[in-house]
Design a protein around this ligand. Structure first.
Ligand code: URA
Ligand code: CA
Length: 436
């Protein structure tokens, strides 16, 4: 086979065979396919698309490009959740311990990624001492003991994806449903999950800005799951505003702890989305037949403190200092907590979630480059939500600041992110669709 002919074949809109896809992926990993050839092929995929069968074959080839994790010696159905990425999206820290408290087995590997705020791994590391690089044996031991462990992906997992993502990032080929769906699903499959619940975000803070685009991506990922034998459910949720009130790693850890302490009402959006993800994880785990039956169990896991205990036990087993779970205000000790006032009184009529993420990043809550250091204590705590009435003499948010270098500009971004209107805006749905 010749890589140039395969690039031309996709350029002209033809369907690849399984062997051709394997040739491309193996060639990328062993260096016989050059980066510029891979990039050209991925651009052809962006323009021409792929059939469901091609996408399943691409995903499988990516899974086998590196190490795969075998979790079969752990009891029960191993479930994993994945979010396509949002702002103030702390659901993993709520959902994973709650599902474990209800009898599920959550063995999750997360990627680090670049994001407006940190990812789950950065949030875990906001607790001093936590080591997210656990060897497989100790990862499994923690899952056996506590029912839950979330660690970083091993370095040898899915090397094809690492190369592809790095090339896509600099070649205008990120936004392609075949490439995004295979990228996400290959990592989930390689990390050993039996069943997967996907939180596909839609809105101005998400990859997929419209519900229709999100639905297409979700359907493709569910189809991959079906074609490779992993039960997959996708929930389409709103990202036209931060999900929780906290944006920043320690702030988000504290918010998750507050949910598990029962301090956050059940109708709060973060709790609502967490419960929706958790009830489908419990159904895929075989613990409930009807997802609705999981709701009283989840509430009981909060009210008894069992969910919080699972999080605390997991963090302690990973080397973390449990006093930070017992006293979560210790997570967010900063030099200054600064109130931010709206420009005028009215209602919060529009929120640009991505800009809020950018504002938090500017004061050190996220990374602009892979090598940037995150300050776990800093970030933004929203006091008002989309649709709330605001007054120009009452703060709508607080900034938790240490390094003041970009502070002024970050405040400007935060003000720019929030549009105050004279009338209450239309209500936004929180959950758009469930695809299975
Ligand atoms: N997340 C991934 O892991 N891969 C993509 O391509 C996009 C989002
Ligand atoms: Ca985030």
């Amino acid at each position: 086979m010749l890589i140039t002919s395969l690039i031309e074949k996709k350029r002209d809109g033809f369907e690849h065979t399984k062997a051709e896809i394997e040739f491309i992926i193996n060639g990328l990993v062993d260096g016989t396919v050059a980066d510029y050839q891979m990039t050209a092929w991925m651009m052809a995929v962006c323009c021409r698309g792929m059939t469901e069968r091609e996408i399943a074959d691409l995903t499988t080839a990516m899974v086998h490009s590196g190490e795969t994790v075998d979790l079969s010696d752990l009891p029960g159905v191993k479930v994993d959740k994945h979010s396509t990425g949002g702002i103030g999206d702390t659901t993993t820290l709520v959902v994973a311990p709650l599902v474990a408290a209800c009898g599920g087995t959550v063995a999750k590997m997360s990627g680090r990624g670049l994001a407006h705020t940190g990812g789950t791994l950065d949030k875990l590391e906001s607790v001093p001492g936590v080591n997210i690089e656990q060897p497989l044996d100790s990862f499994k031991e923690i899952v056996r003991k506590t029912g839950v462990c979330v660690i970083g992906q091993s370095k040898n997992l899915d090397p094809a994806d690492k190369k592809m993502y790095a090339l896509r990032d600099v070649s205008g080929t990120v936004k392609s449903i075949p490439l995004i769906s295979s990228s996400i699903m290959s990592k989930k499959i390689a990390s050993g999950a039996d069943a997967i619940v996907l939180d596909v975000k839609t809105g101005n803070g998400a990859f997929m800005e419209t519900p229709d685009e999100a639905r297409k991506l979700a359907k493709e990922m569910v189809a991959i799951g079906r074609n490779v034998g992993r039960r997959t459910v996708a929930i389409i949720t709103d990202m036209n505003r931060p999900l929780g009130m906290a944006i920043g790693n320690g702030l988000e850890m504290r918010e998750a702890i507050e949910v598990l302490q029962g301090k956050v009402p059940y109708d709060d959006p973060l709790v609502q989305v967490s419960f929706t993800l958790a009830k489908h994880l419990l159904r895929l785990s075989g613990i409930v037949e009807d997802p609705e039956d999981a709701i009283p169990m989840l509430k009981a896991a909060i009210e008894s403190g069992e969910g919080l205990k699972r999080l605390r036990d997991m963090l302690e087993a990973m080397g973390g200092d449990p006093r930070f779970v017992d006293e979560p205000n210790m997570l967010v000790r900063v030099a200054r907590i600064v109130p931010v006032y709206p420009n005028k009184s009215g209602f919060i009529g529009k929120i640009d979630a991505k800009l809020i993420g950018t504002s938090a990043l500017m004061i050190g809550a996220g990374r602009a480059k892979v090598t940037d250091r995150i300050d776990p204590a800093v970030g933004i705590l929203m006091k008002k939500r989309y649709g709330d009435a605001v007054s120009d003499n009452e703060p709508f948010a607080y900034m938790y600041v240490n390094d003041e270098t970009n502070y002024e500009e970050a405040v400007k971004k935060l003000l720019e992110a929030v549009t105050v209107t004279d009338e209450t805006p239309d209500e936004l749905p929180l959950i758009y669709d469930i695809i299975e």
